[in-house]
Design a protein around this ligand. Structure first.
Ligand code: GLY
Length: 341
């Protein structure tokens, strides 16, 4: 088992290589009552049953669970089982489940313990770690939330065996991102014939844990985790969420690499490496030329825009992130040409 420490409003550990059932047992032994949130399909697949202090609340699938309505259902369930301050919530599922579980824990009785047991690769290396919790609303995605760290994160790589290939690839986009911003060894590991997932997960989690430990509330450094995400978020939205987050981020990373070549002298070899590694996982590398106008409007809504100035995370070489400030729309349009079709 590998343990990675995260420093935040409290310090906690990410345990990699633990069986999810023993994680649930451990949590139940440490709390009087535990409310487990998980998609109904997972509860059925893994035959999770209520016990004397474990209560279940099945969640809707995907992003629909990150709603004010569902949060209200969690609060009402918490009330009905008498969840107290020393009790706990578990988020068992993909990133949407751990996001809403963490936010429910942040808000119930002004904050109770919660645990993340991510079951998707993206959840293991990104959403489940770092303490960003929240829901969506009519105002937009992820605008309502809280920085509220879990008490522990348990990662069971066995889940990857039953994940569809497309979901593994989407998660690999975040792993590759960690390679480009901070750990070139990841970029070697993803090229091996047989992938060592526990090792890849550990290295990606370590990158995230180190960044979060230095800048939990994203005053600056944490923004590097958004490499490829500025255009990625716009593309995700423009595709009406038909593209997975990781797929949109893949295109966004090729764009960020091209922009880094333009503004920070990133080498052509490094740009090509982005394309090669992402292509190996069947991730998309380009987007429709005709969508630029719509994307440029969406870019202005990015959280990193300050006083109407567009900012991007780039890299000047592998492992060396840079902040590309006040990038003009004409530069962006020129660079978009290189990734559009
Ligand atoms: N997903 C980026 C972050 O947690 O900051």
């Amino acid at each position: 088992m590998k343990i990675i420490n995260v420093k935040a409003e409290h310090n906690y550990q990410v345990e990699i290589g633990v069986e999810f059932s023993s994680a649930i047992k451990q949590i139940c032994n440490n709390h009087r009552k535990v409310l487990l949130l998980a998609p109904a399909s997972l509860i059925k697949l893994f035959k999770i049953k209520e016990s004397k202090n474990l209560f279940l609340l099945p969640t809707p699938n995907g992003e629909s669970q990150k709603s004010a309505q569902f949060l209200d259902r969690i609060w009402r369930k918490a009330a009905s089982i008498g969840l107290e301050r020393s009790d706990a919530i578990i988020g068992f599922g993909g990133g949407a489940t751990t996001d809403v579980a963490g936010f429910a824990a942040a808000t119930w009785l002004r904050g109770i313990s919660w645990y993340a047991i991510p079951t998707s690769l993206a959840g293991m290396v990104d959403a489940g770690v770092g303490g960003k919790t929240g829901i969506n609303s009519g105002a937009g995605k992820n605008l309502i939330g809280s920085f509220y760290s879990p008490k522990k994160v348990f990662i069971d790589p066995h889940f990857l065996e039953s994940l569809p290939k497309r979901d593994i690839s989407a998660g690999m986009a975040e792993v590759i991102k960690c390679g480009f911003i901070a750990d070139y060894k990841i970029l070697n590991l993803v090229q091996e014939d047989i992938l060592d997932y526990p090792q890849l997960i550990s290295r990606a989690v370590k990158v995230k844990a180190d960044v979060v430990s230095k800048d939990f509330k994203e005053s600056k450094l944490r923004e590097i985790l958004n490499y490829g995400h500025t255009l990625g978020h716009a593309i995700e939205k423009d595709s009406k969420y038909k593209l997975r987050h990781g797929e949109a981020v893949s295109i966004g990373m090729v764009f960020a690499a091209e922009l880094s070549k333009e503004l920070s002298n990133l080498s052509e070899v490094a740009v090509l490496l982005h394309r090669e590694l992402l292509r190996n996982f069947n991730l998309p590398l380009s987007y429709s030329r005709s969508r630029w106008n719509s994307l440029s409007v969406l870019l202005m809504q990015d959280k990193k825009v300050k006083q109407s100035r567009l900012r991007f995370i780039g890299i000047s070489k592998i492992g060396k992130p840079v902040w590309l400030e006040d990038v003009s729309l004409s530069t962006l349009a020129k660079v978009y040409e290189r990734i559009s079709k």
